[in-house]
Design a binder for this molecule. Structure first.
Ligand SMILES: Cc1cc2nc3c(=O)[nH]c(=O)nc-3n(C[C@H](O)[C@H](O)[C@H](O)COP(=O)(O)O)c2cc1C
Length: 166
């Protein structure tokens, strides 16, 4: 599908129970974390998906060394338990794929995996990143979202493929 198709479902998921961010490290280990913050749009002349990951997440240490990530959006009302688990437990303590009995599928390039059974899948290649800091966000956001710092890193992913399994 075109990356912008089903934007409404992506937004609905992000504003609701969330979506999955899937990252594979160089040794082929895969971790899944629930995300509520992401943007799909057009930057640098191409479709880009950006995700925001706090440094305290295990996913962050993996993404720092990984060239790809996938955003997987469950169908409406599905995988709520898995979203809850992957959004509260860390890959440092659990093999979340196993614990949730999720099945992974190979993406279009080596190092890219996605979760079987999700409605929308965005396979992305890291194209850039930047870190938020005290000096570049509003006082309101600082107070509301960063009382302990842990400023998000934004990873910009070039959308290699967007799939619709809705
Ligand atoms: C609905 C929901 C949305 C979330 N969105 C984000 C997000 O966008 N960025 C982030 O850094 N953490 C987010 N989290 C928190 C992480 O999913 C959570 O800390 C997770 O346990 C991290 O896993 P990890 O340590 O394996 O990376 C969210 C949690 C939930 C429940």
């Amino acid at each position: 599908m075109k990356y912008s198709d089903n934007f409404d479902r992506l937004s609905e998921a992000l504003e609701g129970a969330g979506a999955f961010l899937v990252v594979e490290d160089k040794k082929g280990r895969v971790n899944v974390m629930t995300i509520g913050w992401a943007q799909a749009g057009f930057i640098w002349g191409q479709p880009i998906m950006s995700v925001l990951v706090r440094p305290s997440r295990h996913t962050h240490s993996m993404q720092e060394n990984a060239p790809y990530f996938t955003v997987c959006v469950p169908r409406r009302g599905e995988m709520k338990k898995e979203l809850g688990f992957c959004g509260t437990k860390s890959g440092r303590d659990y093999d979340k794929i196993r614990a949730c009995a999720m099945k992974l599928k190979d993406g279009m390039v080596k190092g890219l995996k996605y979760i079987e059974g999700c409605g929308l899948v965005y396979q992305c290649e890291v194209y850039g990143k930047t870190s938020l800091g005290r000096e570049n966000i509003s006082a309101e956001a600082l107070e509301k979202f960063y009382p302990e710092g842990d400023f998000h890193t934004l990873y910009f992913g070039k959308i290699l493929k967007a799939d619709n399994f809705l």
